[in-house]
Design a protein. Structure first.
Length: 465
């Protein structure tokens, strides 16, 4: 009997889910309600795509496992994406400047490019190297019962149609209506958690000025312990000789959309380096705002879900974008689906539940990291920090300070942040001792710039360094 899988959503999570499915199914259909561009360009229903995105090494490796022949990472680099070591970025954290270490580890390499380029490259790789079929249609409801989903009702060209499937994957993003659809089948009371700091993102693309072509990924973080609105910024080198600069502020400290205020906001971060850099760069776009930044997690893995339905990507959880974890969480979810398909038939009892539980591990790690920071900012909406949260925050603050002086501690934290190691590693005996001992060097008093970087900043502003 022919077996069909239907994936709702044609963005990163959806295309990777399709990549996970095609070897095990006779037919894989991706439903996408928008007309997809034939080149890297913005899409109407993904406004957050205009902001900084980073593919973590965990996401990169998951994509490689899902699409080994397509060489997605190689295609991105050939199209101008940048590879940036976490050990060589310019990072100003709550506890000071991180050192730049002369160590290049494959598991600490970030892939920096526009979301438009990654979306298009991934879609082109899936469609070009697999039998996956993309169909322009909108999912309007699920078919089946509370015990098993049997397909999707779709709307295409003004007509409704029932599309039967052995497995439905909802990867329709933060706008997913899966909770509403499940209610229609009698599935309710899905556990949900939310922490909303009121974060607003403002992003703009600049042409990289002459002399700054090799400037690395630069980040100025907010300080969640300062008892004031958190303001942060990221300058990300992307394809085409451009910088994608994203500024963010929590409730009470939000950036605006006026172009003339963009540089001023950047100059008034905890350190002005991003403002100094963009003040010398030619803006190529207007300022784009996004308010879709709340942390929200729906625990489908803890719900009596129907067989035949898996939910992945932003349809499960959304995070404060500052850690750049969303795309990698989607990739790890698709990887969990792929690995389960190697062990169990898609129609076997408990298949969907096992996938959901496996995918929930990276979701929980990313959500905990993001929400545990956002909960400290003023006027945050969500549960108040517990005593355990306060003790952990003090410990992590001390560890972050040690990380500014120790490669071993810094690398360990990076592997947790990039979803390659479990957070429990941070309280292991070796790191616990290192944290309690404290910093091993004097903290840096300014950004660790190369001679070329320092010379460029001096040419922009004599007081830059």
């Amino acid at each position: 009997m022919s077996r069909r899988a239907v994936v709702i959503g044609g963005s990163v999570a959806g295309m990777l889910a399709a990549a996970a499915l095609f070897r095990s199914m006779d037919e894989v259909i991706v439903l996408e309600r928008d007309e997809l561009p034939d080149r890297p360009s913005p899409r109407k229903r993904i406004p957050q795509a205009r902001h900084a995105h980073i593919l973590l090494p965990s996401g990169r490796d998951a994509i490689q496992e899902l699409l080994p022949v397509a060489d997605v990472h190689g295609r991105l680099l050939a199209a101008g994406a940048h590879e940036q070591s976490l050990t060589d970025m310019l990072g100003f954290g709550p506890q000071g400047w991180y050192r730049r270490w002369d160590v290049v580890a494959a598991d600490l390499l970030l892939t920096c490019c526009s979301r438009d380029l990654l979306d298009w490259t991934l879609r082109d790789a899936v469609v070009g190297t697999t039998p996956v079929r993309v169909r322009r249609a909108e999912a309007v409801s699920l078919l089946g019962t509370a015990e098993r989903v049997t397909g999707v009702r779709v709307l295409a060209e003004g007509l409704q149609e029932d599309l039967r499937a052995d497995l439905v994957v909802d990867a329709s993003g933060r706008g997913s209506r899966v909770e509403h659809w499940l209610e229609g089948l009698g599935v309710t009371d899905i556990p949900t958690d939310e922490v909303d700091s009121g974060l607003v993102y403002a992003s703009r693309i600049f042409r990289v000025p002459k002399g700054a072509e090799d400037f690395p990924l630069t980040q100025v973080e907010a300080d969640p312990t300062a008892n004031r609105p958190g303001r942060s910024g990221n300058l990300v080198p992307i394809e085409g000789g451009r910088w994608l600069v994203s500024l963010a502020g929590t409730r009470g400290g939000e950036p605006g959309s006026r172009p003339e205020a963009f540089t001023d906001f950047a100059l008034n971060l905890r350190h002005p380096i991003i403002g100094q850099l963009v003040s010398a760069a030619e803006p190529l776009t207007e300022v784009f705002l996004s308010r879709s930044t709340r942390n929200r997690r729906r625990d489908f893995d803890k719900t009596a879900m129907p067989e035949g339905l898996v939910v992945l990507g932003d349809a499960v959880a959304t995070f404060n974008p500052v850690y750049g974890q969303g795309m990698s969480v989607a990739a790890l979810g698709a990887q969990a689906l792929s690995r389960q398909l190697r062990q169990t038939d898609v129609t076997a009892p408990g298949f969907a539940r096992d996938v959901q539980r496996a995918a929930a591990k990276s979701v929980a790690a990313a959500y905990t990291m993001s929400a545990s920071q956002d909960q400290w900012f003023p006027e945050v909406v969500g549960k108040a920090p517990t005593l355990a949260d306060r003790l952990l925050s003090r410990y992590m603050g001390r560890m972050s300070r040690v990380a500014t002086t120790s490669y071993a501690v810094s690398a360990a934290m990076c592997r947790v942040i990039t979803l390659q190691a479990d957070a429990s590693r941070l309280v292991g005996s070796e790191l616990l001792v290192a944290t309690l001992k404290g910093p091993v060097r004097e903290p840096l008093t300014g950004p660790p710039l190369t001679e070329e970087e320092s010379a460029f900043l001096d040419s922009v502003d004599p007081l830059a360094v």
